[in-house]
Design a protein around this ligand. Structure first.
Ligand SMILES: *Cc1c(COP(=O)(O)O)cnc(C)c1O
Length: 374
């Protein structure tokens, strides 16, 4: 048994723990896949799609090879055309916007709200123009964007919504789950996500119908049936073995999310008296699932270095807003274009957060933060 002391290292993330706990089930699943020799698509994938749709609370889900594919197929299935403009935020992982460009849409960034760092519905309403076709709210760090005003603008202006729910499996906004409110929801099963494969994976959630059927075709070379190609598509299928692994993990997800929420509460109690930091804000009616626990800190870089010296892992989500990345130089958006996002980029610090994080480890992190500001 390890004794937790003042200088015990606390990793930012430790994916060995949850997998060690499930090792024999995962190995059995691998053996089953090996014996069935059905490696791509097939019954494991269909079964996972049904189980994941039930978890999300949508009629259906289509499993794909990554969250990026999920986004790209979602945008494309909704019919984006060159010149169409889609509104989203600059404080996200580049996959959100990369997939937009790849689907042929033009990216139009709007700023976020300071309290939650999710898309600002007023900025959205102000930015809708004649070429705007859709909105992509990112449910950042596990907290859903404020969906009601977005749904209202979308309905009024005839726009679609794709929820980027890559960080928000099981999150709720006024009781409604991530991935159920837009036309489509896009999920990632990258290993570090709240539900992670032992490799890559993703899914699109939505109502059964033409749009989701198009997603299904896009993942399989645009096929409607074998060697019948309605359109060009991609090789974006989920591997059967990943579906098998995900089916083992999915029943634990609700409990893991509850553990994350408990860890967040302990952080809040332990850090309540530290005036130099701001704790993450839970919006009214929101039930976040804490993919990340992100504080806003004065002298952030120094604090991160101090924690690192004590063996405490942290992350920055995200240090450089997308509009300031070289990849988006052509958008000609300089510093000052999105002040809330830019200020956040200089202050955010993601603390260790995972279901297995113990109260003692949280105490070690909180003590170290307090020691830094003393
Ligand atoms: C992880 C992530 C993605 C991309 O998912 P992949 O499975 O890595 O392709 C998209 N958007 C956000 C917000 C993410 O965090």
């Amino acid at each position: 048994m390890t004794v937790v002391g003042q200088h015990t290292p606390v990793p930012f993330l430790d994916l060995r723990q949850p997998h060690a706990a499930l090792e024999s089930e995962l190995v059995d699943a691998f053996r089953r896949a090996l014996h069935s020799a059905q490696f791509v698509g097939g019954p494991e994938v269909s079964a996972f799609e049904n189980e994941f749709a039930a978890f999300v609370g949508t009629e259906a889900a289509v499993a794909v090879n990554s969250g990026t594919d999920a986004l790209r197929f979602a945008y494309q299935a909704l019919g984006v055309q060159p010149g169409d403009e889609v509104l989203t935020v600059p404080n996200t992982f580049i996959a959100t916007t990369e997939a937009l460009s790849q689907a042929g849409a033009a990216i139009r960034f709007v700023d976020v709200r300071d309290a939650t760092l999710t898309i600002d519905p007023d900025a959205v309403a102000a930015a809708v123009g004649p070429r705007t076709v859709g909105i992509v709210p990112v449910h950042l760090y596990g907290q859903m964007a404020d969906m009601d005003p977005l749904l209202e603008v979308a309905a009024r202006r005839g726009l679609w919504i794709v929820e980027d729910a890559a960080q928000a499996h099981g999150a709720r906004d006024k009781g409604r789950r991530a991935g159920t409110l837009g036309e489509l929801g896009a999920f990632s099963f990258y290993p570090g996500k709240n539900l992670g494969a032992c490799g890559e994976g993703g899914a699109v959630s939505g109502r059964s119908g033409v749009v989701l059927e198009t997603v299904r075709r896009l993942r399989e070379h645009g096929q409607s049936s074998k060697y019948v190609h309605e359109v060009e598509g991609y090789n974006g299928r989920m591997h059967a073995i990943q579906a098998a692994f995900l089916r083992i993990k999915l029943p634990y997800l609700e409990g893991w999310n509850a553990s994350r929420r408990r860890a967040a509460l302990l952080y809040r109690q332990a850090l309540a008296d530290v005036a130099e930091i701001r704790l993450p804000v839970e919006a009214p009616g929101a039930t976040p699932v804490y993919h990340l626990f992100v504080i806003r800190a004065q002298r952030r870089d120094e604090l991160q270095a101090f924690l690192s010296k004590r063996g405490i892992g942290t992350g920055l989500h995200y240090p450089v807003p997308l509009h300031l990345q070289t990849a988006y130089r052509h958008l000609a958006l300089g510093r000052g274009a999105f002040p809330v996002t830019e200020r956040a980029a200089a202050e955010v610090l993601s603390l260790p957060m995972y279901p297995e994080l113990t109260a003692d480890q949280i105490g070690v992190v909180a003590d170290a933060i307090r020691a830094f500001y003393k």
